[in-house]
Design a binder for this molecule. Sequence first.
Ligand code: G3P
Length: 217
Amino acid sequence: MKFFIDTANLAQIREANELGILDGVTTNPSLMAKEGIKGEAAIMNHYKTICELVDGDISAEVISTEYTAIIEEGKKLAAIHPNIVVKVPMIKDGIKAIKWFSDNGIKTNCTLVFSAGQAILAAKAGATYLSPFIGRVDDTNWDGIDLIAQIANIYSLQGFKTQILAASIRNALHIVKCAEAGADVCTCPLDSILGLLKHPLTDIGLAKFLEDAKKTA
Ligand code: G3P
């Protein structure tokens, strides 16, 4: 399973990258706004900076919702760097645009996915990645991990090549469960990635080893 970081915060992207386990970055308009990035030029420049920091696929989301506008915006984003993946919402014009991008060699990430039906449609259109939002599914009393497992089963049975990019990750256990359920990629906040490190027995064991090491010094 690939690890992406789900943020537009450059310090967090650097920290995750320095761990040596980072395969890419996802962003969205909410994450860009959180960092105070404003205006088209600043947004494009921020994507460029992220591409220079991380050698992997970088999702940049369109804000257009009409077919022709999505294509034009996506072409501009894709021109920033070869690693840019154009992130397109799961709407009718979005699916049409994903098909166009796919036919024209531009990678896509179909976002705001909440059902297996949507996953089938995105795969048929040729999406490179599919982003089911598992935390938001959990928020509605459905099981986000079950959705990942259902999509993984369908894609495997049908031979779809679209990669399942589990998004809206809220904790380290989500990452473990996504790996079990067959996600190809997990895009996570830095805290959830660092949460994978934690186990009290590791801390207790290390303290004891370091204490005992003093006896051998
Ligand atoms: O990748 C999608 C993600 O940014 C949404 O996360 O926590 O707002 O549901 P969240």
